[in-house]
Design a protein around this ligand. Structure first.
Ligand code: SME
Length: 159
């Protein structure tokens, strides 16, 4: 098995282990951020944005691991996160300098991947990952991160 596949298979086992812990939803989501950031060398900021139940036109910052960001609330359609939520699709940007509708977290960020997390057909939130490496993401990242998002949806459903 290729090295990256092995790494992701181990990671998935650990993500499912976190999901089964008797801890709060917030603690589990934080543990998943911590795990992803430490397991994948080109993941430099890993966090969740959650649809505001009071105002579903906005995403609010949830648990994260990485540099603090000023973007604690993002409107649908704004930036990469707001566009991923609006289109309900994974959004991969291999070079953020090419994006005009982009909210910079830090000047070191070169690439970003955002995946929506669905609950009952609605975008419950999303997983957002920034990288300081240019063009680091492969289709394998997208596939496994999609699986992580399914586990997150289960965590939320069971909370
Ligand atoms: N870059 C994101 C904003 C969130 S920060 O990356 C943490 C965007 O353009 O939506």
């Amino acid at each position: 098995m290729a090295e990256k596949t092995e790494m992701y298979e181990r990671l998935m086992t650990n993500v499912k282990g976190i999901a089964g812990r008797p801890s709060s939803q917030e603690e589990k989501l934080q543990a998943i951020c911590d795990l992803l950031k430490s397991a994948v060398p080109y993941f430099d900021w890993v966090g969740f944005y959650i649809t505001d139940p009071e105002n579903p036109e906005d995403l609010v910052l949830g648990p994260y691991n990485g540099a603090p960001t000023e973007h604690v609330r993002i409107s649908l359609g704004t930036g990469i996160c707001g566009r991923a939520a609006l289109t309900r699709r994974m959004f991969v940007v291999q070079d953020v300098s090419q994006e005009t509708n982009y909210l910079a977290c830090s000047p070191e960020v070169k690439a970003e991947i955002v995946l929506p997390i669905f609950l009952g057909g609605q975008v419950w939130g999303e997983l957002d990952i920034d990288s300081h490496t240019l063009a680091p993401f492969t289709s394998e990242d997208g596939d496994y991160l999609g699986r992580v998002c399914l586990v997150v949806a289960d965590i939320v459903r069971q909370s």
